[in-house]
Design a protein around this ligand. Structure first.
Ligand code: 5GP
Length: 140
């Protein structure tokens, strides 16, 4: 399986389509999922191409996981989450729909189940959650 440079996350990285960005460094970008399965659901991707965990380099994985941890801590502090679920799907049979490596960071609250996938979120709510996550990252 080869990498498609026109996948939707590659287009977000190039700035061709908008995304609600919450954090970036030299190697990674984090932005809000437009179909959030939990309040504050965000995605972390490497800035360099790879499809998923199967073709990622150790360096790409290390950089992405550093940012996943940063976002996990930020959703705890910024949104008052009580836990975090991290998900990664590889290839269609594994549940992957966008073929640029990404990790889902899902803030979790006691007794609140994940929503089903594929339901567009309210963009004002997503923006408000993003703002609280950004503030927590800045506060460190
Ligand atoms: P997966 O490939 O791991 O199954 O999931 C892809 C994720 O990307 C889904 O959670 C979906 O809601 C999200 N997604 C799909 N298209 C877009 C988009 O254009 N922008 C953003 N921010 N998220 C997207």
């Amino acid at each position: 399986m080869s990498y498609d440079p026109d996948n939707i996350f590659a287009r977000i990285l190039r700035g061709e389509i908008p995304a609600t960005r919450v954090y970036e460094d030299d190697d990674t970008l984090a932005f809000m999922d437009i179909m959030p399965r939990a309040d504050g659901h965000c995605l972390v991707i490497p800035k360099t191409p790879c499809r998923n965990i199967l073709d990622a380099s150790p360096e790409q994985l290390a950089a992405v996981m550093r940012t996943v941890q940063k976002l996990a801590r930020a959703v705890m502090a910024g949104l008052g989450a009580q836990g975090v679920t991290v998900q990664q799907f590889s290839e269609a049979a594994g549940g992957q729909e966008v073929f640029h490596l990404h990790f889902h960071v899902l803030p979790r609250f006691e007794g609140v189940k994940l929503r089903p996938p594929g339901q567009p979120g309210d963009m004002d709510e997503i923006a408000a959650h993003a703002e609280r996550i950004r503030a927590a990252i800045v506060a460190g």
